[in-house]
Design a binder for this molecule. Structure first.
Ligand SMILES: Nc1ncnc2c1ncn2[C@@H]1O[C@H](COP(=O)(O)OP(=O)(O)OP(=O)(O)O)[C@@H](O)[C@H]1O
Ligand SMILES: [Mg+2]
Length: 220
């Protein structure tokens, strides 16, 4: 499903030395697996998820998805791939401030030309699933951290993704909400979704099919 070959990402600037954020990463992730990445702060987890998730390009190496070398894709082809196949959940939610819960959730459907009534219905269904059926019209600032993360999860699911990429999805929220998020991800896995999570949450590590530890940009 997802494969990487000798993946490197360097960051450089005029004033600082080059940072080798990830080095020589070779992964082979079958469909429907639950993969956890852990490792200390700065070890390259976010960089790796961003490169694998097509949000960033590697300095060297290749990423394959569905046996296609997506490193060769244009930006437009990559955004089409993301829109069709990948759902993202970020540590700091990345919700749009002035939009209501249902508008945030259904936002990715706008470029697909889906009308507002259908967008609303689909968003409502997903927000009910994450226990926020009574918060459809609340804006992010009117929601708690855990509620914002649940809105972000509903948004990640709006395109029925085949791949979920979650960067520390539970580090800013309470234990009960973390448990709900883990349950949702587990259920998606049983339906064939491939899940990649960067986390230190031990409850995620318990259900993972494989745990990769990063240190100084390398897989241990
Ligand atoms: N845009 C950037 N420019 C320069 N260096 C960067 C950039 N992004 C990340 N880095 C560096 O790359 C390394 C890996 O960072 P990354 O964010 O991937 O780590 P992480 O494992 O996700 O850490 P954390 O657990 O704190 O989220 C760090 O040394 C960081 O300083
Ligand atoms: Mg990170």
């Amino acid at each position: 499903m997802i494969r990487t070959e000798n993946l490197y990402k360097y960051y450089s600037s005029h004033v600082r030395h080059e940072v080798r954020a990830i080095q020589n990463i070779n992964l082979n992730i079958p469909r429907s697996s639950f993969v956890v990445f852990n490792g200390p702060s700065g070890s390259g987890k976010t960089t790796l998820l961003n490169v694998v998730g097509t949000l960033d390009r590697p300095t060297e190496g290749r990423v394959f998805m569905y046996d296609e070398d997506i490193t060769a894709f244009s930006d437009i082809a990559l955004s089409r791939l993301r829109r069709g196949k990948i759902g993202f959940i970020f540590q700091d939610f990345h919700l749009i401030p002035r939009l209501s819960g249902w508008e945030n959730v259904s936002y990715p459907l706008i470029p697909l030309g889906i009308d507002s009534k259908r967008r609303y219905e689909r968003a409502r269904e997903l927000l009910e699933k994450v226990g926020l059926g009574d918060r459809l019209d609340h804006t992010p600032e009117e929601l708690s951290g855990g509620q914002q993360q649940r809105v972000a999860i509903a948004r990640a699911l709006i395109n029925n993704p085949e791949i979920i990429i979650a960067d520390e999805p539970t580090s800013n929220i309470d234990e009960e909400t973390s448990g709900l998020i883990l349950e949702i991800l587990r259920e998606l896995k049983t339906r064939g979704v491939t899940i990649l999570v960067a986390t230190h949450d031990a409850s995620f590590e318990k259900v993972a099919d494989v745990i990769y530890t990063l240190k100084n940009g390398k897989l241990l």
